[in-house]
Design a protein around this ligand. Structure first.
Ligand SMILES: NC(=O)c1ccc[n+]([C@@H]2O[C@H](COP(=O)([O-])OP(=O)(O)OC[C@H]3O[C@@H](n4cnc5c(N)ncnc54)[C@H](OP(=O)(O)O)[C@@H]3O)[C@@H](O)[C@H]2O)c1
Length: 265
């Protein structure tokens, strides 16, 4: 039996991961969602091995309470997947950010909010998780990140937009790197994983491909085989395979879930 902990599980990739994991009734799956979130899709799974805990990951007192709830359910987490994130959309390149005072303020606000959710909260939650993960067989914590926060990916793809999100995911990647020594000392796996491009927009894959049009050339520069978005089911299965595959000696790094050596689309 393995116990999984997943943040941001009510929709998108998080929901896809839960959907896969609860199929194995030997798994215990504990997820967090915000109080404001609709949990209809999670409830529709009708799973007895799923527990839902409420917390906004930028609210420390909610996180503290969530971990008190968690401790009532289990003292052991095998695999934690920190998936929740603020995915801010921004079509401006660096030069456009200073076009006027409003644009600059908007950039600063969006970047601060993105870092708060995708950066600082990851440290708070990781530190809360370590005592639970240390007691397990697997001892794994994964931060779902993005190539957008990887300098080599950005340089190769020449994608110069989505700056607040990209900065915040660079923060995620650095946070993971800063846990290298702790992970290696404690025998933990702490890794960032990029799932590639996933259609979490609630539209058909064809429509999602259209939404990604402006990024397509960039994606092909880093991955000449890029053919389009993946659906949630495919991306979730790939991520869970990566979760099985990676181990402690790779801690501190970011990997693509498609197994490519460099961060890929
Ligand atoms: N989709 C892609 O193509 C892609 C590519 C690369 C990386 N990723 C990464 O994959 C992960 C999942 O992406 P996604 O596309 O599934 O995102 P999504 O559809 O936007 O879902 C984001 C999830 O995070 C939760 N969340 C946001 N802010 C939160 C907060 N303050 N407290 C608690 N939960 C919060 C959301 O809950 P609410 O419903 O309450 O807002 C939702 O459950 C993210 O880390 C993202 O950066 C995605």
């Amino acid at each position: 039996m393995k116990t999984y902990f997943i943040t941001g599980a009510n929709r998108g990739l998080g929901l896809g991961l839960v959907t896969e994991l609860v199929k194995d009734t030997n798994n215990k799956v504990i997820v967090t969602v915000r109080k404001s979130a609709s949990i209809e899709d999670l409830e529709a799974l009708g799973s007895k091995n799923l527990s839902i805990i409420y917390c906004d990951i930028v609210n420390e007192s909610e996180i503290d309470s969530a971990f008190e709830e968690l401790a009532k359910i289990t003292d052991t987490i095998d695999v934690a997947i920190l998936n929740a994130a603020f995915v801010h959309q921004d079509t401006r390149n660096p030069l456009q950010l200073t076009e006027n005072a409003e644009s600059w303020k908007d950039f600063i606000d969006a970047t601060n909010q993105s870092i708060e959710i995708n950066g600082y909260s990851q440290i708070y939650i990781t530190n809360k998780l370590i005592p639970f993960v240390e007691k397990s067989q697997e001892k794994k914590i994964f931060h779902v990140s993005s190539g957008f926060g990887d300098d080599e990916f950005v340089e190769k793809s020449r994608i110069d937009t989505a700056i607040p999100y990209s900065i915040s995911k660079a923060v995620t990647n650095m946070i993971v790197a800063k846990y290298t020594d702790i992970a290696k000392t404690k025998g933990l796996t702490i890794i960032a994983l990029c799932p590639g491009v996933v259609n979490t927009y609630g539209v058909t894959d064809e429509v999602a491909d259209g939404l990604m049009e402006s990024f397509k050339h960039g994606f092909r520069r880093v991955n000449e085989d890029y053919i389009g978005v993946q659906n949630v089911e495919t991306a979730s299965k790939k991520l869970l395979k990566a979760v099985e595959f990676y181990g402690s000696f790779q801690s501190g790094k970011i990997f693509s879930t498609n197994g490519s050596e460099h961060i890929s689309a």
